[in-house]
Design a protein. Structure first.
Lengths: 364, 161
């Protein structure tokens, strides 16, 4: 989600931002676990697509180095009409020709479906010279437009949720029953600190998998903080030279393998799953329990990440990965964690609040 | 005296037989329930959480006390544990999903009103309480069953006197 979050912040145009949100939802493995999104690095362009009545019917968004999506221009039904890891040929041809002729800004692309679009300002494609009624009949536009204009409450709710998540990431402030504190909100004062060399680690984020079907176990992923923490432990070691712990070089594949072992939460221990996964990848990951803040600090000093099970209430448990600490001279002992709720290691919690059920340090 | 003793012994034998029957019924229900949930229920989206979790964790071995309690003359508690286990699974999945839906409804209303929601709130909205509801149901049923057994024993004692 981090690329999405960055791009959300820089897209001024409301429509472009909504298109980006919908694109992410469809391209990040929702439909068939084919995660096209992770191959995208940035946005090339967002261009409106018109219907025969010159209403904006949809938006075309293209990514570099690869990928595109066409998103319905209807917040009541913000579905992806099409998407893929390539491009829409007819639209790309129009844009390239318009660019060649230095008239890209004037191009007005009429979209009739996945197989055909034309530039209405030139109408120099043979089919575009047909009458509107002929085009409507040939391309089944009545049925298509009826669907695109309809309301889809489920789709709208999913889109709103995704939009909320995109907006919230990176802007986390103190609050919630776990009282995680982001870096910028930490108390002032002198302190000692240390953290693991996790630079370059892409962390697994729970929201990327919620509700999806694990292709290995065929089970729906839900309440998967344990699997996410186990994944993040493996991903950390993968950046320390044990690269095979990142299965197929993929965060998703690593997660699904570990989720297949841990299952959905509640799980009281992830050590066995982490150990078994490491063995399957050709490594041995050891673990031992951590009982005090001093021992935790020693673990961090020894470059050992820690799996931490926090509990804020009888029915409120959460697995995180401890990657550092900050100890204030005034007495506040903080643990730096990867919460699993965002691709970040810049959150802290005060030792003892929330309560800790268990901490284990891991090493190879 | 003899007929009285004979009746008492006869009663005990009857009760023991009944207890073993109840223990067998409990065991059978757990086995059949395990098979049905494993094969069918856990693939149904509504039951893809609690039912699946319970089965994967062998009902947290609730069937052990259910069977033993029947053998040791607490038949109502045994039955209550057994029934509570399966009722709890259904309640856990249905109520748990309901809670999630309601949380997201509230969140969407906040967002549509321009109110910012923390990432923790958004992520925890998806947390499923099904397992805790399941355990709570078992506990409540166990208490009810235990009360029923206590009252039943008291009634039997009064009848003998």
């Amino acid at each position: 989600m981090s690329f999405l979050c960055k791009k959300v912040k820089f897209i001024e145009n409301r429509e472009s931002y909504i298109v980006l949100i919908s694109s992410h939802r469809y391209m990040s493995g929702t439909q068939d676990n084919a995660d096209i999104w992770r191959t995208t690095e940035g946005v090339n362009e967002v261009i409106p697509l018109y219907d025969l009545n010159y209403n904006i019917r949809a938006y075309y968004i293209s990514f570099y180095p690869m990928g595109y999506a066409i998103i319905n221009n209807n917040l009541e039904n913000p579905v992806a009409i099409e998407f893929g890891d390539g491009d829409n040929g007819p639209i790309r041809d129009i844009l390239e020709e318009a660019t060649t002729l230095s008239r890209k800004a004037e191009a007005k692309i009429v979209y009739l479906g996945p197989s055909y679009s034309f530039d209405d300002t030139t109408r120099n494609f043979s089919r575009s010279q047909s009458s509107d009624s002929e085009l409507t009949e040939d391309f089944g536009l009545e049925d298509m437009y009826a669907f695109l204009d309809s309301s889809n409450a489920a789709e709208k709710e999913i889109h709103t949720t995704a939009r909320a998540l995109a907006l919230s990431n990176g802007d986390q402030s103190r609050g919630g029953s776990y009282d995680f504190i982001d870096w910028n909100s930490m108390p002032s004062g002198s302190y000692s600190s240390d953290w693991l060399p996790f630079s370059g680690t892409t962390w697994a984020v729970m929201s990327n998998y919620t509700g999806k079907t694990n292709p290995l176990s065929k089970k729906v992923v839900n309440d998967h903080c344990g699997a996410t923490a186990a994944t993040n432990l493996s991903l950390y070691f993968a950046t320390q030279g044990y690269s095979n712990l990142k299965k197929n070089g993929s965060v998703n594949d690593t997660f699904y393998d570990l989720h297949n072992r841990t299952g959905n939460c509640p799980v009281l221990t992830i050590a066995d799953s982490v150990s078994a996964y490491a063995t399957s990848r050709g490594y041995t990951i050891n673990n031992s329990s951590v009982s005090s803040y001093t021992t935790y600090k020693t673990a961090i000093t020894n470059k050992r990440p820690c799996g931490i099970l926090l509990t804020a209430a009888v029915n409120n448990w959460h697995w995180v990965v401890g990657v550092g600490y900050r100890q204030y001279s005034s007495g506040g002992n903080y643990v730096r964690v990867v919460t699993g709720w965002e691709n970040s290691a810049n959150n802290f919690y005060l030792w003892g609040s929330p309560a800790t059920w268990s901490i284990s340090q891991y090493w190879i | 005296m003899l007929p009285h003793i004979g009746i008492l012994v006869g009663d005990n034998i009857m009760i023991k037989k009944r207890n073993y029957v109840i223990a067998s019924i409990s065991a059978l229900l757990f086995v059949v329930g395990y098979i049905i949930i494993k094969l069918f229920f856990s693939k149904v989206p509504t039951f893809s959480y609690t039912a699946d979790w319970a089965v994967n964790h062998y009902f947290l071995f609730v069937w052990v006390p259910a069977i033993l309690l029947a053998i040791f003359s607490l038949p109502y508690t045994s039955l209550a544990l057994t029934i509570g286990c399966f009722v709890g699974i259904v309640l856990g999945d249905v109520i748990g999903q309901n809670i999630i839906d309601n949380k997201w409804h509230e969140i969407n209303q906040l967002i549509n009103n321009g109110i910012e929601v923390s990432a923790e709130t958004l992520n925890r909205a998806d947390y499923h309480n099904g397992v805790f509801i399941w355990l709570g149901t078992i506990l409540i049923c166990a208490v009810i069953g235990l009360l029923a057994d206590i009252l039943n024993k008291r009634r039997l004692r009064l009848n003998r006197n």
